[in-house]
Design a protein. Structure first.
Length: 310
């Protein structure tokens, strides 16, 4: 019999199953909705909705660069276990999602999930992810992404470290179109990304540091015990010096270059600018560490087994 899109949609809403699983179940059930639900439950496919509440702190950070470095995306997609994160099904999904980010140029995760899935399964990206939840049997989430698009001369570059545990997306600018294609400039872009990944820079220059961050550091330093017995004016000078030193460690151009600690990244930029005869700078960067900010649940394996048996 003919199965309608409305029937498939209704069954998916009831069970959280993937689109093709829902359609196949309806065909097998002869269009009987209750029987289709039962079939999906028997096959363990009516699980996407239940899985959405389970913690997903593993996964991958992945990057997609296209159009000769004119556009790029960095995305973190989470799953429940490292075993799944290393599997082909999950890694292929993450690559597909990163490519779709560049294609759709979505501004946030919610908008991205509503975009058409195109050649991927389902009508939307959300449908595609739901389909994969049914196949992989874990909660899967597109957690966050950064999308860079460069109009002026320059280059967008990415670096992925430790098998997708850390990722960096960076945008570098120059004044001449031909500079972006030169090997030294492209190596610089790679070095900047590796620098951010390794040294965890947070800001490009000191001018990018919000005043609120500066004030917070001052409050912390001012309250430290070793300064309490010093005169107010001396404390202020010491705090100023300490804060300046602390913040410089978080500023990209102030950091020692990881390949040559005898010079800073700022000095490296000047050096390459001079050798290429162009004005080169870092515009922005994004650094993701997989699962950062997610408080992982401590699970008791024996209790989990007993819960499953019950």
């Amino acid at each position: 019999m003919s199965i309608t899109a409305a029937q498939v949609k209704e069954l998916r809403e009831q069970t959280g199953a993937g689109m093709m699983d829902a359609k196949n179940a309806l065909v097998e059930a002869g269009g009987d909705m209750d029987k289709a639900v039962e079939l999906l439950r028997q096959k363990g496919l009516a699980t996407a909705a239940k899985k959405s509440g389970r913690q997903a702190a593993e996964g991958l950070v992945h990057a997609e660069i296209q159009n000769n470095g004119k556009i790029g995306a960095l995305v973190e997609v989470n799953c429940e276990t490292d075993f799944v994160a290393r599997g082909d099904a999950f890694t292929d999904m993450v690559r597909n999602l990163a490519a779709k980010l560049v294609e759709t140029k979505a501004q946030d995760v919610d908008a991205f999930l509503k975009k058409p899935s195109g050649e991927l399964a389902g009508d939307t990206i959300h449908d595609y992810v739901t389909e994969k939840i049914g196949q992989i049997k874990e909660n899967l989430q597109v957690r966050r992404f950064a999308l860079y698009e460069r109009i002026e001369p320059g280059l967008i570059h990415a670096y992925i470290h430790t098998g997708g545990k850390i990722g960096v997306l960076a945008e570098l600018a120059c004044q001449k179109d031909e500079t972006a294609g030169k090997p030294d400039f492209q190596q610089l872009a790679k070095d900047v990304c590796m620098q951010v990944a390794s040294a965890a820079a947070e800001f490009v220059t000191t001018d990018d540091i919000p005043q609120s961050v500066v004030e917070e550091e001052k409050r912390v330093e001012m309250g430290k015990e070793d300064l309490q017995n010093k005169p107010e004016d001396i404390r202020a000078k010491i705090v100023e010096g300490r804060v300046q030193k602390l913040l410089s460690q978080r500023v990209l151009v102030e950091q020692p270059f990881i390949k040559d600690p005898g010079k800073t990244v700022g000095e490296l930029l000047k050096e390459i600018s001079g050798s290429l005869g162009d004005d080169i700078g870092v515009v922005r960067f994004t650094r993701y560490v997989l699962g950062e900010g997610i408080e992982k649940e401590e699970k008791n394996f024996a209790e989990e087994v007993m819960a499953q048996l019950k």
